[in-house]
Design a protein around this ligand. Structure first.
Ligand code: GUN
Length: 293
């Protein structure tokens, strides 16, 4: 078994990105500028946004966090989105999800100008991705493909099973693994809460991507010998063995599944750090007009 070190790989890619940003600066180009909008005080969202800001600083991308109160109205948030759409300084922006219940998330996603939608969540970007056209790809799925690529993991003709059908991970990653690309060219099956005979489907998986949000759901008996296992889950539990008093777990029972997998991503230090790298790449693409000119 080889653990996939997302932390190390993301550091290497961040160094590459830093060099690219430096070259853009040297050539007199526009310094890429990313804005993250954070509504409310969800602790996980705070952490994600802080990590995104730190990563931008590290690679020389200008970044800004706009913090808005939980009580903000949908209209006020849509106005803010409009302002960012029209601000020439801003190359790309994200509105961190989830949003409070009184705000229609889809409305906000669709209000973002697709040219600045570095999350790749707008239907125009999702649609272009499905068609195999240039698009901003959602960060987590793109990070997973980058990992497979950098580890030279063969995907062509393989049976890829995706566990979970969210708009952010399951649906887009299933689509990307289906594309006529490398990585890609898989036979893809998407499983979810209504799937019958889950064990039978999982037993065929050469590549298993788990993004269902159930802690340690996937156990060794469900995994084919030699499978590549990608764990997108992230769960915070109390622990008296760590300094912080918390410990992170994935959707996969790592300690037992690692004995059967050929490659496996740990939690933390697997998919998570790769997600941020994808966002940085999308921001550079936005500043350079690489998708929409
Ligand atoms: N919430 C969880 N993942 C994401 C993401 O990739 N982007 C945004 N905007 N919110 C998220």
């Amino acid at each position: 078994m080889e653990p996939i070190d997302g932390k190390k790989l993301s550091s290497t890619i961040k160094e590459e990105i830093a060099r690219e940003v430096e070259e853009i600066k040297q050539a007199g180009g526009k310094v890429p500028h990313l804005v993250a909008v954070l509504v409310g005080h969800d602790p996980a969202s705070e952490t994600y946004v802080n990590n995104k800001e730190k990563a931008c600083n590290k690679v020389g991308i200008e970044s800004e966090v706009i913090r808005l109160e939980e009580s903000i109205s949908q209209e006020e948030l849509l106005n803010k989105v409009d302002e960012l759409n029209n601000d020439p300084k801003v190359d790309g922006f994200i509105v961190q999800l989830p949003l409070p219940d009184h705000i229609d998330e889809q409305k906000v996603i669709e209000a973002v100008d697709p040219k600045k939608d570095v999350d790749g969540f707008h239907p125009v970007n999702m649609g272009r991705m499905v068609l195999g056209l240039p698009a901003y790809l959602p960060a987590t799925p793109a990070g997973i493909l980058e990992m497979l690529k950098r580890y030279n993991i063969e995907t062509e003709g393989k049976d890829c099973v995706v566990l979970g059908r969210s708009n952010i991970v399951g649906k887009p990653v299933a689509n990307l693994m289906l594309q006529k690309t490398t990585p890609g060219n898989c036979t893809v099956t998407v499983c979810h809460s209504r799937t019958k005979n889950l064990e039978q489907v999982l037993a065929k998986a050469d590549i298993l991507i788990v993004a269902m949000g159930k802690m340690e759901f996937v156990t060794a008996d469900m995994v084919k010998e030699g499978a590549v296992v990608i764990d997108v889950g992230i769960h915070r539990i109390r622990s008296d063995k760590t300094k912080s008093g918390w410990k992170l777990k994935g959707d996969v029972k790592f300690d037992e599944v690692k004995g059967k997998a050929s490659y496996i991503t740990p939690v933390p230090g697997g998919v998570g750090p790769m997600t941020i790298v994808s966002l940085l790449k999308n921001t550079i693409a936005a500043s350079q007009g690489r998708i929409y000119g």
